[in-house]
Design a protein around this ligand. Sequence first.
Ligand code: SAH
Length: 216
Amino acid sequence: MGDDDFQHQREQLIRDELPQLGIRDEAVLQAMMSVRREDFVDDKNREFAYRNAPLPIGFGQTISQPLIVAYMIEALQLAPHERVLEIGTGSGYAAAVLSRIANEVLTVERHPKLADSARKRLKQLGYDNIRVFQSDGTLGLPEHAPFAAIIVAACGPCVPPPLLQQLDLGGRLVIPVGEKQGSQKLIRVIRRDENEFKHEELGFVHFVPLVGEAGW
Ligand code: SAH
């Protein structure tokens, strides 16, 4: 499949399908139009890059479904000057989308091989406002906190307390919470004040487990 075919499929998914499914935030749609999802999947999955579906990226992990990436990023309500923390780099796709909206993205992956390949891929593709860290993301990145927004791409049993503490005042955290294999809900937490957090439920989702000290 050539670049033109991918371009056409990208437009169809992002300009037709996603708005029909409720994604209206122009900044998110524009960012997704500028990131080539086909560059974030294995050769054997390239032809499926613009299906609105998760795809395997090795080690039992997946690149998230485009609708979910859009929905979560929309829920973060990012402003262009803000710094975002992502937990669960995976392929680096969502980090790339975030980097087209926010000023800087710090992203954490626990799996060393996935962290390495995402770092290489993002560098090669020219995303120079993303830093990839290899560590347990349930602990966040205390040395770089606070963050205006935190997005977690794996599902934990609860909202990891270290992430709440690393949110800036007015900061937003979007994370799936629930059972390992069963029912999971997407949650948004807004830090209203030092000790005041507002929790909202955004709907049912399905994610791989968040494995770590404050996860499973
Ligand atoms: N955002 C990714 C999707 C990642 S899937 C993309 O766009 O491709 C979830 C990822 O979270 C997996 O790569 C998994 O290894 C990682 N993960 C699970 N637990 C983690 C933890 N405690 N810290 C960091 N990453 C974690």
